[in-house]
Structures are given as C-alpha cells and as structure tokens.
Design a protein around this ligand. Structure first.
Ligand SMILES: NC(=O)c1ccc[n+]([C@@H]2O[C@H](COP(=O)([O-])OP(=O)(O)OC[C@H]3O[C@@H](n4cnc5c(N)ncnc54)[C@H](OP(=O)(O)O)[C@@H]3O)[C@@H](O)[C@H]2O)c1
Length: 330
C-alpha cells in the first residue's frame, strides 16, 4: 500500500484531511510531521495515523529523510514559505529511480489577484485565471503570493522523478476539527486586522470581488489527486496540466466585511457591527489588506473536468456565523 506523509495536520485543512485519509484509504499507512506534541492520542486513536514525527519545516534534513521514506507527500502546511517544499523535494529526489513518487502541494489562489488595480473597486478588465488554460498556468512565477514554493514544486515535476499536483484554493472559511482549534489563514487574518484597527475595514467602495470556498470542499479534489497518483502509470500531462484552481463563492468585499463585522461585534472584538470604509494606505500592512484592494477572479474548469470538483457546502455569507461560532475569540 502506498505510504503517505502529511504536513499541516494541525491546520484548518489538515485537520479535516487526516480524517478523510483514514476514511478513504484505511489501509494506507499515514505519517504526520508536526510541532504540536499534545495530540498524540487523538492522532493515533481517532485519526488512525501510523507514525508521528515531531519537527519544524526548518529542520530540513529531518524532513527530507522522512519524505524519502514515503510514496506520497501531501503538503497542506506551507504555501508561502518554500522551506518545506525544498526539503520534501530533496528527500523525494533521493528515492530509487523508477519508484513512483508523488507530491501533492496546496498552494493558494492568492497568486491570481488582479495585478492592475488596487483601489478596492471592481475592475471590469481584471484577468480571469482559468486552470484549464495552460497559458495561464505557465504564468505562475515566484513573485506571486505563493510563487516561491510553487516554483520549487513545478521545477521538481519538470525533472520527471516526482509526479507533482498543485491545488490552488481560494479563501477558506469553516471550522477546523479535532482538538486543535485553528482559524486557517483568511479567517485569522480578518480577526487580526479587526484587532489591529479596532474595526473591520473595506477599501474604496468595496466592490472588489473575492472568491471563497468552504474548507470541506478542498478535501474531495485532494483525494482525487491521490486516486490519479495511484492509478496513473506515469503522471499525465505537463506539470501545468496538474495545476487545479478551486473556488466557490464570488462576493464583494463590502459584503464580506459586513458579515465579519457583525460576527466580530457580537463576539465583543470590535465596537461596531458595521465595517468602515478606508483608503488603502489607512488599512495597515499585510496580506489581507492587499487581498481586499484587488479583484480575485478564477475559474476551475480543469478541476471540474479532471477531478470532478463541485463545491457542496453553504456559501460563506450563510455559513460564517456557524463556523466562527465554534471559536472563542477575544
Ligand atoms: N486558509 C486559507 O484561506 C487558505 C487559502 C489558500 C491557500 N491556503 C494554504 O493552504 C495551506 C493550508 O491552509 P490552512 O488554512 O489549513 O493553514 P493553517 O491553518 O495555518 O495550518 C498550517 C499548518 O502548517 C503547520 N506549520 C506551519 N509552519 C510550520 C513550521 N514552520 N513547522 C512545522 N509546521 C508548520 C501548522 O502547524 P502548527 O500547528 O505547529 O502551527 C499547521 O499545521 C497553507 O499552505 C495555506 O497557505 C490557505
């Protein structure tokens, strides 16, 4: 049975993925690599993992030698910092020639924000990135939000020893599962921004559009990539034909900020239940400010046709109260 190494098991995506691995591939031995030493019982008894190795991504030799021992590595831990990707690729490249080796990497659709406008207003000329369009995927580059790690994975795939698959989810909402409660990146950044400013902002007229999806909708496409990796004699197509954008809801930032403001106000995090309009320069630093200022327009045609991708969860504006209701936020 193929062995799987999972990075990111204590994260928003990884907390669900580890349970899905157990349910869908009960005979595959799963190793998890993580820092948190407090959930060993849960991981072995509930999540059914075979092996636990403690370490940080910065311990690159340890991570590389662990990757080398596994047939499939799934990295849902780090899309921005390429350190873990470098270590994984180093390890996987040391596996014997001819042994099937797969790397499934979770990047992010933040790569595809509109490069031409950051006013917070919808840009009618913003590019729509489509995973079925090879020319779009060939434009992936290291200056994009997750581009440095993508470059490591794409280059490894081009060398031919490792079958690489990259999934680019849009902004994730929903609650994590298991004993560690984490918000995931977008929900965390919205919370931190509200704490920083004392209100929930939107930029300009707030008509810039952002794509989101429920965390649970990321799981079936990742499982389908495992199916492809197991079934295919060699990885099919070019590395760019194994890039999949997944997303679900397209909303204006003013509507998203309104929903976050209502929830954060009800939890006592901000005094006002209404978001505040600000100029870009008054919204503070960081990734969420950048995302709020630009359109993010994507299509998932390849994910739909090759992975059967079809989101099934409630839209963010209907579900966020429930999702964030599971968290104690101060
Ligand atoms: N959430 C989103 O909206 C979104 C959207 C698009 C793409 N993505 C990408 O998809 C992936 C999964 O997202 P997520 O929201 O599930 O992320 P997350 O909740 O922040 O989880 C990150 C995971 O990686 C681990 N990790 C991070 N740095 C580490 C290090 N230096 N050494 C060891 N472990 C480390 C964390 O472990 P600890 O528990 O020890 O911190 C955690 O298990 C990420 O790469 C993210 O960038 C996320």
């Amino acid at each position: 049975m193929p062995s799987i190494l999972l990075l990111g098991v204590t994260g928003l995506v990884g907390s669900h993925l580890v349970l899905a691995l157990k349910k869908n591939y009960p005979s595959f031995p799963v190793t998890v690599y993580l820092r948190n030493t407090t959930i060993e019982k849960y991981l072995t008894e509930t999540a059914g993992v075979s092996k636990i190795v403690y370490g940080a991504y910065e311990e690159t030799e340890k991570l590389a030698s662990l990757a080398k021992e596994h047939d499939i590595v799934i990295n849902v831990g780090s899309s921005v910092d390429p350190t873990s990707s470098h270590a994984i690729v180093t390890g996987l490249n040391q596996r014997p020639a001819g042994v099937k080796t797969t790397l499934i990497h979770m990047s992010g659709a933040g790569n595809f924000v509109d490069a031409t406008s950051n006013t917070g207003s919808a840009n009618p000329n913003a590019k729509v990135w489509n995973d079925a369009n090879i020319k779009d995927m060939e434009q992936l580059h290291p200056e994009m939000l997750n581009g440095r790690a993508d470059e490591v994975v794409l280059n490894a795939g081009k060398q031919g020893n490792i079958g690489t698959y990259i999934i680019f989810p849009t902004g994730l909402y929903g609650a994590s599962t298991g004993p560690v409660k984490v918000l995931g990146i977008i929900q965390l950044l919205m919370y931190l921004k509200a704490k920083e400013l004392g209100f929930v902002p939107y930029i300009g007229d707030g008509t810039a559009r952002f794509n989101t999806m429920h965390v649970l909708d990321t799981i079936p496409p990742v499982l389908r990539m495992i199916d492809l990796a197991i079934k295919e004699e060699t990885p099919q197509g070019s590395v760019y034909e194994r890039c999949y954008i997944v997303g679900a809801n397209l909303d204006k930032w003013i509507d998203l900020s309104t929903k976050f403001a209502e929830i954060f106000h009800a939890k006592g995090i901000v005094p006002s239940p209404v978001p505040r309009q600000v100029k870009l320069e008054d919204a503070g630093e960081g990734e969420i400010t950048m995302l709020m200022s630009k359109d993010l327009l994507t299509r998932s045609e390849r994910a739909e046709s090759k992975l059967g991708y079809k989101p099934t969860q409630k839209p963010i504006l209907e579900h966020l109260d429930t999702a964030l209701g599971e968290y104690t936020l101060e």
